[in-house]
Design a binder for this molecule. Structure first.
Ligand code: MYA
Length: 513
């Protein structure tokens, strides 16, 4: 997700000296990236603003970065301020903050259409054009590689002199560490270059090795002389349902990353062409991918929403801002959660639950969404069995005993979220923001809202600072009640080489990492 592959559109504007490619390496030296950050958006200043309970007019923006930059929010808050509740027995300030929160939680109006420039690369690719929103006949756009496999080149695409292709061995500690370092310094940042995704090595290994993974799809670019890893792209196999097509074998493409010193040199299209060639060589002709960047043409676009778990830390590191007329104490009180889950029987998913939990999820995705992965049993076990600091899954089960005395367990509810921390780029106080990202959640024995409240409590108890969720499946229904706030960015979902109409957010049943 990419994302908060949310808004995690690459800004490409952060010059990270520590990450600079060494001078002897070729193709370096003329990049024109902007300076990191802009006046008024430095975390230090956000903290200063946050320290004042009065706030400044511009502190009407409660969440920044992966959070809010909603243009009309100040206006909404001004209205809210004139609505101070005087109801008997109500703490006036808390009532005000609830009111503010309700107003803020109205999703921001659609931003002005992002600049749709001429796409030198993407206009040559088999993807729907921007104006093709409604399609009468779903299907592949380019059948040539499938019908004529001999047309797929055997050799990798040529690279600039001085660079060479490699395949990473993710089972080797050294390779996973190299990938980790590349991403930690160069992967997705928010627009203000305050936060950068910090996928852990264990997470990367998990994300890149589902059943059926192939080393040939973990593609790196190295500097030939030094062997330094400077770019990467990956694909993993997945079976998707897309509308009436029940089982489309595709790849999920993710972790496209180019070292900051090699940006804007048209290397991304080479990486994309190469991973496409490698997919074609394995008989795969479609792909799904997400990005914060607008490209031709999203299947669906979903906004990230954020639920503060540690409000003080989020404010201190510039992720959120203290709202006008709110003190730190009131803010903490506003986001306080019960210590224990509402459902005391909620338990970590174990292998013995997997068959039933998978059936529950498959049934849910099949009936509620039009675009979703179809997990096999082994895939479900891979993606859902808990791993510390990677994936957290919980279930509720119903025990049935038959007349003959045999008992079985049926999973009635599933909670899952994954761990994707971000480096806090400039804060002297905090180095890492611990974010839990909603994965797949299904409620049948309780309300979806109660289930998601338990997800928040479990995430808080596991030490996360914020809980992020996309506006997809049923999520939007509970955001207001559970005090989520809309983020400032959107995550676009794409399908490569498949023509179909756009989807509503609620019809989207795919969560990518
Ligand atoms: S999304 C995460 C993307 N990564 C980041 O944001 C990390 C930080 N940023 C970077 O590392 C670089 O800025 C990247 C671009 C690598 C993003 N998806 O080389 P360039 C197009 C697709 O000069 P750079 C993820 O991982 C751009 O529109 N295309 O640019 C999913 C332009 O084309 P056009 C993108 O800034 C990846 C061209 O690249 C993206 O140096 C899915 C410019 O190239 C993007 N996120 O590097 C990949 N960003 O002129 C597609 C820019 O036409 C998979 N561009 O507008 C497709 C399916 C393939 C398999 C098919 C199998 C059948």
């Amino acid at each position: 997700m990419e994302a908060s592959k949310s808004d995690h559109e690459a800004s490409g504007n952060g010059e990270d000296k520590a990450a600079a490619v060494t001078d002897e390496e070729p193709c370096i030296g003329t990049h024109t990236e902007r300076q990191v950050g802009t006046a008024g958006t430095q975390p230090e200043q956000a903290v200063q603003n946050g320290a004042s309970s009065g706030g400044s007019p511009d502190t009407g923006t409660p969440l920044s970065a992966y959070g809010l930059h909603v243009p009309d929010i100040a206006e909404r808050l001004a209205k809210a301020l004139s609505l101070r509740s005087t109801a008997a027995g109500t703490d006036a300030s808390t009532a005000l903050s609830e009111q503010q929160l309700r107003l803020e939680h109205q999703a921001p109006e659609a931003p002005p259409q992002q600049q749709r420039h001429q796409h030198r690369f993407w206009s040559s690719q088999p993807v729907p054009q921007y104006n093709e929103t409604c399609v009468t006949c779903d299907g592949p756009i380019d059948e040539r590689p499938r019908l004529d496999p001999a047309s797929v080149p055997e050799a990798p695409y040529p690279l600039l002199a001085g660079f060479s292709w490699c395949e990473l061995d993710i089972s080797a500690e050294s390779d996973i560490q190299e990938l980790y370092e590349l991403l930690r310094s160069n992967y997705v940042e928010d627009d203000d270059a305050q936060f950068r995704f910090d996928y852990s090595p264990a997470f990367l290994r998990w994300a890149l090795s589902p059943p059926g993974w192939k080393r040939v799809w973990h593609v790196g670019v190295r500097v030939s002389t030094s062997s330094k890893l400077v770019a990467f792209i990956a694909a993993v196999p997945v079976t998707m349902r897309l509308r009436d097509v029940k089982a489309l074998a595709v790849v999920e493409v993710n972790f496209l990353c180019i070292h900051k010193r090699l940006r804007h040199k048209r290397l991304a299209p080479v990486l994309i062409r190469e991973i496409t060639r490698r997919a074609h060589r394995q008989g795969i002709y479609q792909a799904v991918y997400t990005a914060g960047t607008l490209l031709p043409r999203p299947l669906v676009t979903c906004r990230y929403w954020h639920r503060s778990l540690d409000a003080r830390k989020l404010i201190e590191c510039g992720f959120s801002r203290l709202r006008p007329r709110m003190t730190m104490k009131l803010t903490e009180r506003l986001y306080a959660l019960p210590e224990k889950p509402l459902h005391p029987d909620v338990m970590p998913l174990e292998r013995r639950h997997c068959a039933s939990a998978r059936a529950l999820l498959s049934q849910y995705l099949e009936t509620h969404t039009k675009f979703h992965p179809c997990f096999s049993e082994t895939e479900f076990e891979h993606w859902f069995l808990p791993r510390d600091d990677v994936i957290y899954s919980f279930v509720r089960v119903q025990r049935n005993t038959s007349a003959t005395g045999t008992s079985n367990e049926r999973v009635t509810d599933l909670i899952s979220f994954y761990s994707l921390p971000s480096s806090v780029i400039h804060s002297s106080k905090h180095r890492t923001l611990r974010a839990a990202y909603s994965f797949y959640n299904v409620a049948t024995s309780c309300s979806f809202q109660d289930l998601m409240q338990d997800a928040l409590i479990l995430a808080k108890n596991a030490g996360f600072d914020v809980f992020n969720a996309l506006h997809l499946m049923e999520n939007r229904e509970v955001f207001d009640q559970l005090k989520f706030a809309p983020g400032d960015g959107e995550l676009h979902y794409y399908v490569y080489n498949w023509r179909t109409s756009v989807l509503r957010c609620e019809e989207n049943g795919l969560v990518m990492l």
